[in-house]
Design a protein around this ligand. Sequence first.
Ligand code: EPZ
Length: 427
Amino acid sequence: MDQIIVRGGGALNGEIPITGAKNACLTLMPLTLLTDQPLTLTNAPRLSDIRTMTTLLQSLGSEVAPLQDGQVLAMSSHALTGVKAEYDIVRKMRASILVLGPLLARYGEAVVSLPGGCAIGARPVDLHLRALEALGAQLELRDGYVWAKAPSGGLKGADFTFPLVSVGATENAVMAAVLAKGTSILRNVAREPEIVDLVHCLRRMGAQIEGEGSSTLTIEGVTALTGATHPVVTDRIELGTYMLAPAICGGEVECLGGRIDLVASFCEKLDEAGVDVIETARGLKVARKNGRIRAVDVVTEPFPGFPTDLQAQMMALMCTAEGTSVLEETIFENRFMHAPELARMGARIEVHGGHATVHGVEKLRGAPVMATDLRASVSLILAGLAAEGETVVSRVYHLDRGYEKVVRKLRGVGAEIERIKEDSQHE
Ligand code: EPZ
């Protein structure tokens, strides 16, 4: 398995281009199932998760052509060959469950493998299923699959309140409701920018939806949707991740394509910690204010609160902050696996249930560490950038799921970082 070697060094200076959002693209791609016309996504990220979703859609009979080295995804589903999402693909990426709603809405049936849990938690899909049942779907769980059928007349609009805010369940419900008969009111929905982007793309396809970005979506079902061309929204998690690089190492980095509205609560915490964020014509320019980073407390929440997907990276910053910070993880039950790896680098962290208390130290020391999940892996790289000596991160395949060209992007601002291929060729 590949490794990434980071040598702690000085300040970082320059520009980092921010890519299209993985978590937007993974819900936009299944939209091809809702129409027999061509759907093209631009600004798509080149990631292994996108390739997995491509394989899944192709297994259903969709045509998905990655153009321009994968930055453009030209898709067409005018002749599906099946409605079954096989376990072998779904187990690789839980977002595969997002084909359930579209298949039900357009074809009236779907057989989708239950995704199972992952490293950060059990990740059930009960809310997805309850929302689809509210729209009239008949569901049966059998042999590890969801067997779903719509009534003979198709799905029907419903007034449904989510008992818990869920990004994926909101996405599945929206993609089912847009072709249901009548009006749907979905309450206590997720408000993430990826949901807003999904609604914007659906509107381009002729869907009638109001309320994106708020807690309630009102959807008038239509009989058919057209194709469209849509740019994937900027990845706010990649943006936040790279904003932390100059915060941890010093220097000044401009994140090209960054937008304050995507990371507002995160920027408030950076300001508290002593990091300046300035909006420029090309993105967001980030630099430490004078002096040492200050410890701040963080509670992860659904958008617009502090994103759980930036918790691990923020912990890396807090490791060398002045004072003690408490990070509370309220979204997932096991999302502190980066803590023991950071401790190997000299960080002082106590984890009790959903709380991690970080006592800042002057400097971290490089060490061999292991990536455990996507966001934990990048927090180890951030820590290594500021540590004394060399950090070797193993199991970096986690990174390839969500970060395009991380070595090149960080080298571009002066980081000493390289990727050692399994057969020990230096990249
Ligand atoms: C999406 O996951 C993202 N993934 C996650 O990003 C992100 O961390 C998460 O939203 C929260 O923002 C994609 O968009 C592909 P949820 P999702 O449903 O939709 C519980 C990354 O690193 N829940 O909002 O699976 C669930 O267990 C990934 O890019 C149920 O109980 O998240 C969790 O505790 C990690 N029943 C909470 O809700 C359900 O039916 C929020 O999960 C669904 C969810």
